[in-house]
Design a protein around this ligand. Structure first.
Ligand SMILES: [Zn+2]
Ligand SMILES: [Zn+2]
Length: 281
């Protein structure tokens, strides 16, 4: 198993980070990708990867980073993204992420059109960085409350346009929550992957999320925890950790009606070819 998306640098791990890492490796996790969501988190991700041979890093600026104030000048956004460039050259960095669009507003006030524009500018600038460094991207995407699919359509529009300029681009939607209709539309894009967290263990039989999981072939899936968030059943509500990626694997095996070994083998192979990990010399 590979946990392709964790935030072990989160302060919730300050008391037992080493132990959580050891529990994961003892429980059959082979590799962990620690994902940055802002500049400091990206620096910490590269640091963690430097300390542990089987931990790798992704560096990126989450769409929330571009919500500060309206009409953020494009030059300022470019400058923010530029700060990732040196970090991203580290040999343990396997992706640019998490980057994308998030139109969901926790305050209920909604995301303004200007904020959407800023998010898009930041996303495109980071896609360009991925192209420059020949790295895949980990996409964070969340639609607004009243539209099931708006952010997904915009992400797809952007990466589809970027396809003409991005060299051999690989993109993974993390914590995938797109609609069945959207999923069917983008499945024909062979270099788009989908990764799933513990929240699939909350899904009810017959729900759209189960239908989405059935529609996506195992060959396009990867496993993740997004820890410390989204702990799977039977740990729902607790702090999540990389060892719990096993529950995500079990749920996929149950939905697909295949063995956990098969899910392990195929999703691990997918992650290996998607991220192209370089082992330390
Ligand atoms: Zn995310
Ligand atoms: Zn995340």
């Amino acid at each position: 198993m590979i946990d392709t998306h964790s935030h072990l640098d989160d302060k919730q791990f300050d008391g037992d980070r080493e132990e959580a890492i050891l529990r994961a490796f003892a429980g059959g996790v082979e590799k962990i990708i620690n994902v940055g969501a802002d500049l400091d988190g990206s620096i910490r991700s590269v640091g963690l990867a430097g300390e542990n041979g089987n931990i790798f890093a992704a560096v990126g600026l989450h769409p929330h980073e571009f919500n500060v104030g309206n009409r953020q000048p494009a030059a300022e956004i470019q400058e923010q993204v530029g700060k990732l460039r040196d970090l991203a050259r580290n040999r343990k960095v396997v992706a640019i992420g998490e980057i994308g669009l998030d139109y969901f507003s926790h305050s209920g006030g909604g995301i303004t059109e200007a904020q959407k524009k800023n998010q898009q500018t930041g996303f495109i600038a980071q896609l360009e960085l991925a192209r420059e460094l020949d790295l895949p991207v980990i996409i964070h995407c969340r639609a607004s409350k009243d539209d099931h699919t708006d952010a997904y359509e915009d992400v797809y529009g952007i990466i589809n346009a970027a396809r003409y300029t991005l060299h051999n681009m690989r993109a993974a939607f993390h914590c995938y929550g797109g609609s069945l209709e959207f999923t069917k539309k983008i499945l024909s894009e062979g270099n788009i992957f989908f990764s799933f967290t513990g929240n699939i263990t909350y899904a009810k039989t017959g729900s759209e999320s189960i239908e989405v999981l059935k529609a996506i072939p195992l060959e396009r899936m990867m496993l993740e925890t997004d820890c410390p968030y989204l702990a799977p059943v039977p740990h729902r509500g607790e702090r999540n950790e990389p060892a719990y990626v096993a529950y995500v694997k079990e749920k996929i095996a149950e939905i697909k009606g295949i063995s956990v070994q098969e899910v392990d083998r195929i999703t691990t192979g997918n992650a290996e070819s998607f991220f192209k990990f370089k082992q330390d010399a």
